[in-house]
Write a protein that binds this ligand. Structure first.
Ligand SMILES: Nc1ncnc2c1ncn2[C@@H]1O[C@H](COP(=O)(O)OP(=O)(O)OP(=O)(O)O)[C@@H](O)[C@H]1O
Ligand SMILES: [Mg+2]
Length: 279
């Protein structure tokens, strides 16, 4: 299928003093088609967030961004900041790494959800409340009516993360970009939220870009992976390929320990643990 979102030779440089440019992201290329999930894997500081922010026009003028970013066949790097703002929260949903920064501390969760819905559709007040409650329920938030009355600081990071995923998904974007969306969420809820993301991808044909350093989370949702290290793509392929045939020594290090644990777990699940001496 034709890519919906295509990043080619993306370069991000930090403008230093005396015109000095410090390269932070180098020659990054990837694409994602409708109904597909691309996982971006990489250790902390490898350039995952910078890559996505650069692609979506979220970096300030202290960075220089070059290359090409196409969404639905249109070049984004030459669009005005106003056009990009309209795209984000419209056809492109973005779940940023730090949930706190996405909420206004001065307003209740309910009014922030209502404002987002009001900006995106012609719903009546009652419908907006219904939709807000549905978002919270889908994201496994207990007592959703009470949560609507709370201020952001009264909720945990994990709850805010879930609400953010819920809002982004409810707006039914064509492309959903999620930067470490489940880091503050406990393991059991994480599995449920990832299942919800998969459902959105399959039912609505949404294209997903899922960024994480958590191999376990990424293995549940991603159809293909790119691995970043020091601002460059060092490996790409299916989850299986990356797990078993990573070309790059850094990737092998990143997945090595995990591959061992996952294999052992699989064997125990299949009841082969004892005879293999794994139980
Ligand atoms: N505003 C900035 N000014 C200078 N350097 C920056 C800035 N933002 C990021 N960097 C540098 O760019 C590199 C990539 O950062 P980035 O935030 O993209 O990493 P990441 O892969 O998202 O890491 P994490 O998993 O911790 O979120 C890092 O070395 C970081 O120090
Ligand atoms: Mg990051």
């Amino acid at each position: 299928m034709k890519p919906l979102f295509q990043v080619e030779n993306l370069e991000v440089q930090l403008k230093g003093r005396k015109g000095l440019l410090v390269p932070l992201v180098r020659n990054v290329s990837f694409s994602v088609a409708p109904g597909e999930c691309l996982g971006i894997l990489g250790e902390s500081g490898s350039g995952k967030s910078l890559t996505l922010k650069a692609a979506m026009g979220l970096l300030d003028s202290s960075f220089q961004v070059t290359g090409s970013v196409q969404f639905q066949g249109q070049e984004l790097l030459t669009k005005s900041s106003e056009e990009l703002r309209r795209l984000r929260g419209g056809k492109v949903g973005i779940i940023l790494q730090n949930p706190m920064t996405c909420f206004d501390p001065l307003y209740r969760i309910g009014s922030q959800l209502a404002e987002t819905f009001a900006a995106h559709g012609n719903w009546r007040k009652g419908e907006i409340r219904e939709r807000s409650l549905t978002v919270l329920e889908k994201m496994r938030i207990h007592q959703p009516e009470e949560v609507l009355e709370k201020y952001p600081h009264q909720l945990s990071g994990g709850m805010l993360q879930r609400i953010m995923i819920g809002i982004a998904a409810a707006l039914e974007p064509a492309l959903l970009i999620a930067d470490e969306p489940t880091t503050a969420i406990d393991a059991i809820t994480q599995v449920e939220i990832l299942a919800e993301l998969l459902k959105i991808k399959e039912e609505k044909g949404t294209a997903l870009v899922f960024v994480s350093h958590d191999l376990n989370a990424i293995s549940r949702v991603a159809d293909r992976l790119v691995v970043l290290s020091q601002g460059q793509v060092v490996d790409r392929g299916s989850f299986y390929q990356i797990l078993h045939h990573a070309k790059d020594p850094y990737t092998r290090l990143l997945v090595g320990k995990r591959a061992e644990v996952m294999e052992r777990y699989q064997r125990v699940l299949q009841g082969k643990g004892k005879e293999q001496g794994y139980a």
